[in-house]
Design a binder for this molecule. Structure first.
Ligand code: NAI
Length: 303
C-alpha cells in the first residue's frame, strides 16, 4: 500500500520504544488486526514487552473479553526488531514512544524519515514536547503529527491527535480515523502547544500538590484522599504521578519544556479569562454562571 486514504489501508505499523506506553500501543494495534513491529535500543525491553502483552491479553481471556484464539492471533501479529531500519521497512504508520527528550526524538525522527517508506505517517506519543520541531527534523513534516495516548493504552480511551502547522489536515483526519478504528476516541488538538490539552490542564494540579508537600503544608495522603473523595477523581495527583511515571517524565522533559519558547505567561500566572468572568459576576455554579450556565438546581444548562 502506497496511498493511505482510510484506516484499513494502515495494515503494517511500527512502534519505537517498548516501554510502558509503546508495548500497550503495539498491543492495541495488533488486537485491531495490524501487523506490528516493536523496536527498542534495549533488547531486554523487547522481551519484557512481549511478555507483558501476553500477560495482559491472558487477563482479557480470563475475563471473557477475548478468546484464546484471538489472543494467539494477536500475539502472532506482533514481532520485534533490534534495528530501527528493519522495524520500519514496509510500514504504513510509525508510533514513537521513546524517552521524553526533544533532541533524542528529533534524531529518531530523522532516522525514521530516512528508513520508513515515503507514504508512512510518523506519529509521536510525546506527552508535550514540541512536535513542530520534531516534524522539521524530517523531509515530510506534512505526514508528522502527535498521537498522544494515555496510560495504560489498552484501557484508556482517549488519544489526542496533535496537529502542527505543517501537518496535512487529511493526514490528521486519517490518523484520527485510524485511532477510532482501534476502538479509541480521538480528539483533535489543532495547535501544537506545550503539553497539548489534557496534560496542560492537569499539570497544575500535580505541581500545586507537590509544592504543598514540599513546604510541609499538607500530607500527600491527605491531598490524594481529597482528590479521590466521592470519586470525583479516580486517583489523586500523587497516586497518578506514581501510576504514570510522571516524576521521571517531568524530569526528563523539564529542560525542554522550560526552554520551549512557545511557553506563555499564562503558564505561570492567572489566566486573564478568569478576571473577565470575575468581573461579570460569573463566579461559578452557585452564581448561576461561570464558564457554563446553570439552572436553579445547579444543573448545567444545555449548550
Ligand atoms: P518508558 O521509559 O517506559 O519507555 C521508553 C522506552 O524507549 C524504553 O524502553 C527505552 O529503552 C526506549 N528508548 C529510549 N531511547 C530510544 C531510542 N532512541 N530508540 C528506541 N528506543 C528507545 O517510557 P514511557 O512511559 O513508555 O514513555 C514513552 C513516551 O510516551 C514518552 O514520550 C512519554 O512522555 C510518553 N507518554 C507517557 C505516558 C505515561 O503515562 N508513562 C503517557 C503518555 C505519553
Amino acid at each position: 500500500m502506497t496511498e493511505l486514504s482510510e484506516p484499513a489501508d494502515v495494515e503494517r505499523t511500527a512502534v519505537i520504544g517498548a516501554g510502558e506506553m509503546g508495548r500497550g500501543i503495539a498491543a492495541v494495534q495488533a488486537l485491531a488486526g495490524r501487523e506490528v513491529v516493536i523496536q527498542d535500543l534495549d533488547t531486554d525491553q523487547l522481551d519484557a514487552a512481549l511478555e507483558h502483552v501476553e500477560w495482559s491479553l491472558g487477563k482479557s481471556v480470563e475475563k471473557g473479553r477475548l478468546s484464546e484464539a484471538e489472543k494467539e492471533a494477536t500475539l502472532g501479529r506482533l514481532s520485534t526488531a533490534d534495528e530501527l531500519a528493519d522495524a520500519v521497512a514496509g510500514v504504513d504508520l510509525v508510533t514513537e514512544a521513546i524517552v521524553e527528550k526533544q533532541a533524542v526524538k528529533e534524531s529518531v525522527f530523522a532516522d525514521l524519515d530516512e528508513h520508513a517508506p515515503d507514504h508512512a505517517i510518523l506519529a509521536s506519543n510525546t506527552s508535550g514536547l514540541n512536535i513542530t520541531r520534531i516534524a522539521e527534523a524530517t523531509e515530510r513534516p506534512d505526514r508528522v503529527l502527535g498521537t498522544h495516548w494515555f496510560n495504560p493504552p489498552m484501557l484508556m480511551e482517549l488519544v489526542e491527535v496533535v496537529h502542527t502547522e505543517h501537518t496535512d489536515p487529511a493526514i490528521a483526519d486519517l490518523a484520527a480515523d485510524f485511532v477510532e478504528a482501534l476502538g479509541k476516541t480521538p480528539i483533535h488538538c489543532r495547535k501544537d502547544v506545550p503539553s497539548f490539552v489534557v496534560n496542560r490542564c492537569m499539570r497544575p494540579y500535580g505541581e500545586a500538590a507537590a509544592w504543598l508537600v514540599y513546604y510541609d503544608e499538607a500530607r500527600k495522603e491527605a491531598v490524594d484522599a481529597a482528590f479521590e473523595y466521592d470519586e470525583e477523581f479516580p486517583m489523586g495527583p500523587f497516586a497518578l504521578a506514581d501510576f504514570t511515571g510522571g516524576i521521571q517524565l517531568r524530569v526528563d522533559g523539564e529542560a525542554d519544556h522550560l526552554a520551549d519558547d512557545r511557553l506563555l505567561a499564562y503558564d505561570t500566572r492567572v489566566c486573564p479569562l478568569l478576571h473577565e468572568l470575575y468581573e461579570q459576576g460569573r463566579y461559578g455554579r452557585k452564581a448561576g454562571a461561570g464558564y457554563y450556565e446553570y439552572d436553579e438546581e445547579g444543573q448545567k444548562a444545555p449548550v
